[in-house]
Design a protein around this ligand. Structure first.
Ligand code: ZN
Length: 450
C-alpha cells in the first residue's frame, strides 16, 4: 500500500500542479456572458467607426480562420461569444479584445510576426482576455455602488433591460474602458490562457512570449501603446516556460504554415497604412507645456466652497464658476476661442426635472450636456467616494484636448450642494495627467463645502 501510494505521489504531482495552476477561472463579475456580448457589440461599432479597418478579403479570411481555430481550444469558452476578428490598417504593433469575442489585430502586428505561432500567440492572448472576461471583471470592480445595488436587487434576470439601463446611466462604457484597464494580473492570466490555447491548437506554445519579447526589442517606438494597454507581466518568458511542461509532453509543434507567409507577402504588397492624423499637426504647432505646479497652496473662496490651489496658478471667475490654471493653461481652439487644457474648473450645475435627483443621474445629465459640444467625450470609469463625509461621484472622462491632436483626461468630482450639483473638473492632456495628479489630489483634500 505504502509503495503504491508513494508511486502514486511520484506520478501525480505534475498533474495536480497543472490542475491547480491551470484552473482558468474568471474573476469577480456582476455581468453575464450575454452582457459581455452586448457591451462588446456597442464598443465594436465605435471601433469600426473610429479605426481604419483593412477590409482586404484574403487577410480578413486568414485572420478569421486562424482566430476560430484558436478559440475552439479556449477554456471557459461560451457559445454566446461572437468571435469576430478584424484587422486595423495601422503600422503600430497592437492588438486588443473587447468583451464577448471582438478581437482586433493591427496590420503592424501581422507584419512584425516572424511566423504563424507568434501571431497565433497574440490572438490566443487576446482570446484569453475574452474567456477570462477581463473587461466586465474590471467594469464590475469600477461600478458605482448604486448600480451594484440595482444589479444585485433582482434586476439580474432581465439581461437586455439591465444592459440598456447601465448604458443609459453610464452613457455607455466606451471603448476606452475596455481597452485601457488590463491589470498585470489580467495580463498574466491572458498569457497563461494564450499559452494553453497554443499548445492545444498544436502551435509552439513559446510563440506568444517570443513575439512580445521580439517586438519590444525590435520596434520599441511602435509598441508603446500596446504595452501601456497591456502591462508586461514580470518574468513573462519564465512563467510561460514553466507552464508548458504542465500542459503535456513536448510535441512536434507547428511554428509556421505557408498560409501565413502568403498573407504576409500580400500585406507587404498593399499600399502602406494611412498615417495617423494627429501626428503632423502636433509636430507643426509645438506648444510649450506650463511650468510644474507649485507645492505651496493658497486659498480660493468660491460660492459655497473653499479650496486651495498652487500659488503659481491664476484664478479667473465668471458667472459663479472659477477656473484655476497655470500659465499657458488656456489655449486658443480652432474657432479662436480660448479653452482650458490644464488645471481645475469649478462650477454649479442645475439638474433638470424632479428635485429628488440622485448624484448619478444628475452627473449623467451634466455629462450629456457637455457631450453636445464635445462629441468625443467618453466616460471611462466612475466610482463613489466621500469628501468630508459627503457622498461624491468621481467620473473619469476622456475627451479631445484643445491641444491639437491630443486627448485629455478629466477627473470630474460631483457632489450635491442644496439643490444644485457642485462639479470640480480637473483637466490635463492625457500624456501629462499623471504629473498633475498629486496636485489635483491635494486640491480635493483641501476642499471645504458649506
Ligand atoms: Zn493583454
Amino acid at each position: 500500500m505504502a509503495l503504491l501510494f508513494l508511486a502514486g505521489l511520484v506520478a501525480v504531482p505534475s498533474i495536480l500542479l497543472a490542475v491547480e495552476r491551470l484552473n482558468f477561472k474568471p474573476g469577480f463579475n456582476l455581468f453575464n456572458p450575454t452582457q459581455d456580448v452586448a457591451f462588446g457589440q456597442e464598443a465594436a461599432a465605435e471601433v469600426d467607426n473610429q479605426f481604419p479597418l483593412l477590409n482586404d478579403p484574403p487577410v480578413v479570411r486568414y485572420v478569421n480562420d486562424l482566430g476560430h481555430r484558436l478559440e475552439s481550444f479556449a477554456p471557459n469558452n461560451n457559445p454566446r461569444y461572437v468571435w469576430q476578428f478584424k484587422v486595423v490598417n495601422s503600422s503600430d504593433i497592437n492588438a486588443f479584445a473587447l468583451p464577448g469575442g471582438f478581437i482586433y489585430v493591427n496590420r503592424g502586428a501581422l507584419e512584425a510576426a516572424e511566423d504563424e505561432a507568434q501571431i497565433a500567440g497574440v490572438m490566443a492572448h487576446e482570446s484569453g482576455h475574452v474567456v477570462m472576461r477581463h473587461g466586465t471583471n474590471q467594469a464590475s470592480k469600477a461600478l458605482p455602488l448604486e448600480l451594484v445595488g440595482a444589479l444585485l436587487s433582482g434586476l439580474a434576470g432581465e439581461s437586455g433591460g439591465l444592459t440598456s439601463q447601465i448604458f443609459n446611466r453610464l452613457g455607455g462604457f466606451g471603448i476606452g474602458c475596455w481597452m485601457l484597464h488590463n491589470s498585470r494580473e489580467a495580463e498574466q492570466q491572458a498569457d497563461e490562457v494564450g499559452t494553453y490555447i497554443l499548445y492545444h491548437a498544436g502551435y509552439d506554445p513559446h510563440g506568444m512570449a517570443q513575439f512580445f519579447e521580439i517586438i519590444q526589442k525590435k520596434y520599441p517606438q511602435r509598441t508603446l501603446e500596446f504595452f501601456s494597454d497591456h502591462p508586461v507581466p514580470e518574468n513573462r518568458i519564465k512563467d510561460v516556460g514553466a507552464e508548458i511542461p504542465l500542459l503535456g509532453p513536448a510535441k512536434s509543434w507547428t511554428t509556421d504554415r505557408p498560409e501565413f507567409d502568403a498573407v504576409k507577402k500580400h500585406l507587404l504588397a498593399l499600399p502602406p497604412p494611412p498615417k495617423a492624423k494627429a501626428a503632423p499637426h502636433a509636430a507643426a504647432s509645438p506648444v510649450a507645456p506650463p511650468p510644474a505646479p507649485s507645492n505651496t497652496m493658497i486659498p480660493y473662496n468660491g460660492q459655497g466652497f473653499a479650496i486651495r490651489y498652487p500659488d503659481n496658478w491664476q484664478a479667473k471667475s465668471t458667472d459663479g464658476a472659477v477656473a484655476l490654471f497655470p500659465a499657458g493653461g488656456f489655449v486658443s481652439g480652432s474657432g479662436g476661442d480660448e479653452s482650458q487644457a490644464y488645471g481645475a474648473f469649478i462650477s454649479h450645475y442645475q439638474p433638470q426635472g424632479p428635485t429628488g435627483w440622485g448624484l448619478v443621474d444628475a452627473t449623467q445629465q451634466m455629462l450629456d450636456s457637455w457631450r453636445e459640444s464635445n462629441p468625443n467625450l467618453r466616460v471611462v470609469k466612475q466610482s463613489g467616494m466621500s469628501v468630508q463625509g459627503r457622498p461624491c461621484l468621481l467620473t473619469e472622462v476622456e475627451n479631445d484636448s484643445p491641444l491639437e491632436g491630443q486627448k485629455e483626461t478629466d477627473r470630474v468630482l460631483t457632489l450635491r450642494q442644496s439643490d444644485s450639483l457642485l462639479a470640480l473638473i480637473f483637466v490635463a492632456p492625457r500624456a501629462s495627467f499623471d504629473a498633475y495628479q498629486p496636485t489635483f489630489a491635494a486640491m480635493v483634500r483641501s476642499l471645504q463645502v458649506q
